[in-house]
Design a protein around this ligand. Structure first.
Ligand SMILES: *Cc1c(COP(=O)(O)O)cnc(C)c1O
Length: 312
């Protein structure tokens, strides 16, 4: 999948909200495994796997995880085994079914036993003579942060080329390295963009704490001369509804209307929830006459889960 190293970001205009110009960064159009931010992160893992001569991958994710699908695809390309620890849950999703086609070995366990199951699986693989590469759920870690630090730089390149400057960047924020990378890029280039993560599940305390850790880890590893405070982390938990995967009628209508009006596929777990949250935030905070960039972070198979469910 080396060819996607040359992939150029796609940003286009979408619509107007409150006299703001809304633009969208189409990470969903990255030409690998239905795209999305997990592909950006996976590219960095790929380099490490090759350099370290790893010969199997082990990671963690729920049945609807985009991360797992992308890593399954990557392992399949590299012709190495892929073991995925997943919490027990009912039913299948498109992501989960795609991963099965790619011959992922799913190891189900109770949520409480995830850590011990991961440790045990790694030990078993080592005992079997393999050299396992472990990836945290969601592609969390410095390589995930690096992916979106790079994307921030690409956004700034785009601005210079097209003479469009963004005041705000909104996106769905989960495990937080997408947000950590963007915040670091913003600071390093002395930009004053408002980077606003719309939480898809976590409460603000937890979300901010984890993003803060991600930022510190990255700054330490790269020895950056950078001071980022808690106040720089705008992680909004007002739009999580009832937590991961839950959605209300407004989110449902957002997904349907964006598809109807712009042919834009969103999903209720990530991008649709964040897009709705962004709209609400703009109205509530009376933001006007700004250039606003929404990052479509991918997750296209979840759009189809939604269609299947809502059409029944
Ligand atoms: C994983 C994911 C996110 C969240 O990214 P984080 O870096 O974990 O915050 C957002 N959108 C989609 C579609 C995702 O799959």
């Amino acid at each position: 999948m080396n060819y996607i190293n040359d992939f150029k970001i796609i940003i286009h205009e979408l619509n107007n909200i409150n006299d703001n110009n809304i633009y969208i960064l189409r990470e969903d159009l990255i030409p690998y495994s239905f795209g999305g931010n997990k592909v950006r992160k996976a590219l960095n893992f790929l380099t490490e796997i090759k350099d370290g001569n790893y010969n199997c991958i082990i990671t963690y994710g729920s049945k609807s995880s985009n991360h797992v699908r992308v890593i399954a695809n990557l392992a399949n390309d590299l012709k190495i085994q892929c073991h995925v620890i997943t919490p027990v849950s009912e039913g299948d999703t498109f992501n989960n079914k795609i991963s099965k086609i790619l011959k992922v070995n799913f190891i189900e366990c109770k949520l409480d036993n995830v850590k011990s199951t991961i440790d045990k699986t790694i030990e078993n693989l080592r005992n079997a003579g393999l050299n396992p590469y472990f990836i945290e759920g969601g592609g969390h870690g410095n390589l995930g942060t690096k992916a979106y630090h790079n994307v921030f730089n690409e956004i700034v390149d785009f601005e210079g080329k097209h003479k469009i400057y963004f005041d705000y960047i909104f996106f769905a924020s989960g495990t937080g390295t997408t947000q950590a990378g963007l915040i670091i890029g913003n600071k390093l280039l002395n930009q004053r963009k408002e980077i606003i993560g719309i939480s898809i599940a976590r409460n603000a305390n937890k979300g901010i704490q984890v993003i803060n850790e991600s930022i510190s880890n990255y700054i330490n590893e790269l020895n950056l001369d950078l001071n980022i405070s808690i106040d720089d982390i705008k992680f909004n938990d007002e739009y999580i509804v009832n937590g991961y995967g839950s959605y209300n009628l407004e989110i449902k209508n957002t997904v349907i209307n964006q598809y109807k009006n712009y042919g834009l596929p969103l999903d209720p777990t990530y991008t649709g929830k964040a897009f709705w949250g962004m709209n609400e935030y703009i109205r509530k905070n009376i933001i006007k006459d700004k250039n606003i960039l929404f990052i479509h972070t991918g997750g296209l198979p979840l759009f189809f889960d939604f269609i299947l469910k809502e059409s029944n």
